[in-house]
Design a protein around this ligand. Structure first.
Ligand code: GLP
Length: 260
């Protein structure tokens, strides 16, 4: 099921996600992580450091990458993850894989990336953000719910949302390589984070809306183990938020009490 944790602040949400990663590593020494870019997961990496969670020897697979940026471009997701995730946490960059970073042909990059995930034993915990179009990874509206890692065109909304990382909007690539929705569903646990009112519509559509490729994030409803971490703003329009709050507070079987 989808569990929704409503947290008081993005910092609390990041601490919770870091704790979930720590639990995964404690359960499985050879765990594999799925990492994400965007602003949202940055607090999680900071919390991993603050909590002393050792991911230095944990293989990590990224969700997506722009197509068309030169190797080493500071805004390529490979560079972003090396700078913001691998370097501060002491992760050997060879343990980080980003779609298309092996230098092979673009047409088969998706298949090679999927094969690398399979060789690593699959992803144990995948960190996800969500875009305002409802995208996860870079799976824009219309993405097949069964899609695999492939090249996609970006929407104008996503290009304009991501223009803040470039000198001007025209520099934002038009295409990307992204894990597919079917690929993401194969991770053993999904942890989706969203903070702030700009995400509330996408969060509500993903968690409670109809399962539809019009909101690619809604594919999480097909996954048996999803934790959605939202602050009050991002969770504001969730119809069942009081229920989620109650269920989260009583998620331990020990907390169940007989009614009076
Ligand atoms: C990009 C990434 C997504 C990310 C989204 C939201 O488009 N490809 O993986 O979830 O941005 O980013 P932010 O967390 O900065 O709002």
């Amino acid at each position: 099921m989808t569990e929704v944790a409503l947290v008081p602040s993005p910092e609390a949400g990041a601490a919770l996600a870091a704790g979930l990663i720590a639990e995964t590593l404690a359960q499985r020494a050879d765990a594999v992580l799925g990492v994400a870019t965007g602003s949202t997961p940055l607090g999680v990496w900071a919390q991993l450091r603050d909590q002393g969670v050792d991911v230095a020897s944990t293989p990590a697979f990224a969700l997506d990458e722009y197509v068309g940026l030169r190797t080493g471009h500071p805004e390529s997701y490979r560079s972003v993850l090396e700078r913001e995730y691998a370097a501060p946490l002491g992760v050997d960059p060879t343990l980080l894989r980003v779609p298309g970073d092996d230098g092979g042909p673009l047409a088969t990059a998706g298949a090679r990336f999927e094969a690398a995930i399979t060789r690593a034993g699959g992803i144990d915990l995948q960190i996800l953000g969500i875009g305002r179009t409802g995208h996860i990874g870079f799976n824009e509206p219309g993405s097949s719910l069964a899609s695999r890692t492939r090249v996609k065109a970006l929407t104008e909304q996503t290009r304009s949302d991501n223009a803040r990382f470039f000198d001007h909007a025209g520099q934002v690539p038009t295409h990307c390589l992204t894990q597919g929705l079917g690929t993401i569903l194969q991770a053993r646990t999904l942890v989706l984070l969203a903070f702030g009112s700009a995400k509330s519509n996408a969060v509500t559509r993903a968690v409670e809306g109809p399962l539809s490729s019009s909101c690619p994030g809604s594919v999480i409803q097909l996954h048996p183990h999803v934790i959605v971490i939202v602050d009050e703003e991002a969770g504001a329009s969730l119809e069942y938020r009081d229920y989620y709050r109650f269920a989260w507070e009583h998620r331990s079987l020990d907390s169940i009490q007989a009614p009076a």
